[in-house]
Design a protein around this ligand. Structure first.
Ligand code: PLP
Length: 366
């Protein structure tokens, strides 16, 4: 089977993890500080604060903004559930803007329509490794005095007009096992605001700047040096990883260009896509549903995934929650029902890529 994602950590990671294990500093220590510093440099961010996972990154970023019950956060309905859960954890109300078919991220026109006197935060999700339209989202935020929290869990070092994800507001990255870079579990928060960074560091550590001097009701959001040691060596190899994902995406798009009824993902001009996922959209002309295509691919040895098969709020546990306000988002609904991600990761061989292309083509006709 060609897997949809693959984790392969090399010798350098093994050695650094062993070094940390033997050092005796296995909770937060110098390796976490090193990871924060290196990521900040590579991302062109003033500050990076490491936390224990990407969901925590979102929760902490929102917590810094002191949202009150009734305050509204506008986000995408086409995302991983962590985006929604993090907003609910702060006590705020969530509103969903529709997405654009071109980038699978929130459509600025739809965001603008939802803004009202209760709106406090815009929370775009840079889905699949490509940023949302941050020029227009920033403009809406500026005009209405709103904060931006970027869910960049899938978009490490993706760029919009040359500026990296996480620099348009408070940026939240995940280092979960299947993300482009990983620490097993882990998260990073980027900010160019000194006060926000300071508050995040105190919040992460039980509200303490000095031992037993509590400044706020904090939490334990700390990352361990073991996690940082898993991640650090990957940063040096990151540009190669993106190059190979980009090349794989181009090979898939070239091979699939004439297949009727599937829409191929595109890197929009001015954006640097990091290809966390390569996601096609299947329409009626293809002759098979998304589920039938996934099954046909599986039979030919190709794994695929639907990220995400339903809108994030479309589950019983959210339906009667008064803080989950559901507006019509027809584009997102249609794409959730018909999207399918194909393997694009850096471990694919040329032969894997031609297997994937052939499998999709054969599935279309048989
Ligand atoms: C992975 C992911 C998260 C959550 O990150 P974890 O590290 O798994 O907690 C949040 N948002 C999106 C869009 C994600 O893909």
């Amino acid at each position: 089977m060609i897997p949809i994602s693959k984790v392969h950590l090399g010798r350098e990671v093994e050695e650094l993890v062993l070094e940390v294990l033997r050092s005796g500093t296995i909770a937060q220590g110098p390796r976490v500080a090193e990871l924060e510093k290196l990521f900040a440099t590579l991302n062109d961010s003033r500050h990076v604060v490491a936390v224990n996972n990407g969901t925590t990154a979102l929760i902490a970023a929102l917590a810094v903004l002191d949202l009150k019950p009734g305050d509204e956060v506008i986000t995408s309905p086409f995302t991983f559930v962590a985006t929604l859960n993090a907003i609910l954890a702060t006590g705020a109300t969530v509103r969903f803007a529709d997405i654009s078919r071109h980038d699978f991220c929130v459509d600025p026109d739809s965001v603008a329509k939802l803004v009202n006197e209760r709106t406090r935060v815009l929370m775009p999700v840079h889905l699949y490794g490509q940023t949302a339209d941050m020029a227009r989202i920033s403009q809406i935020a500026n005009e209405n005095d709103l904060k931006i929290v970027e869910d960049a869990a899938q978009a490490h070092f993706a760029k919009f007009e040359g500026r990296a994800a996480g620099n348009w507001g408070i940026g939240c990255f995940s280092l979960y096992a299947t993300k482009n870079i990983t620490s097993g579990e882990g998260g990073l928060i980027s900010t160019n605001d000194d006060a926000v960074a300071d508050k995040l560091r105190v919040l992460r550590n039980q509200g303490m700047r000095q031992r037993y001097q509590y400044e706020m009701a904090g939490n334990n959001y700390r990352m361990t040096d073991l996690q940082a040691a898993v991640c650090l060596p990957q940063l040096g190899a990151y540009s190669r990883l993106v190059e190979s994902r980009k090349r794989n995406a181009e090979t898939l798009s070239h091979g699939l260009r004439d297949v009727q009824g599937i829409h191929l993902p595109r890197e929009i001009a001015g954006r640097d896509h990091v290809w966390h996922q390569y996601t096609i959209v299947v329409d009626e002309r293809f002759g098979k549903t998304r589920e039938e295509l996934a099954a046909a691919l599986e039979a030919r040895g190709v794994s695929s995934g639907s990220y995400y098969p339903r809108l994030v709020h479309d589950y019983d546990c959210y339906r009667n929650d008064p803080r989950v306000v559901i507006d019509e988002t027809p584009v997102a609904a249609q794409i959730a029902a018909s999207c399918l991600s194909l393997p694009v990761h850096q471990y694919l061989t040329d032969s894997d890529l031609s297997t994937i292309v052939t499998a999709v083509k054969e599935s279309a006709t048989r």
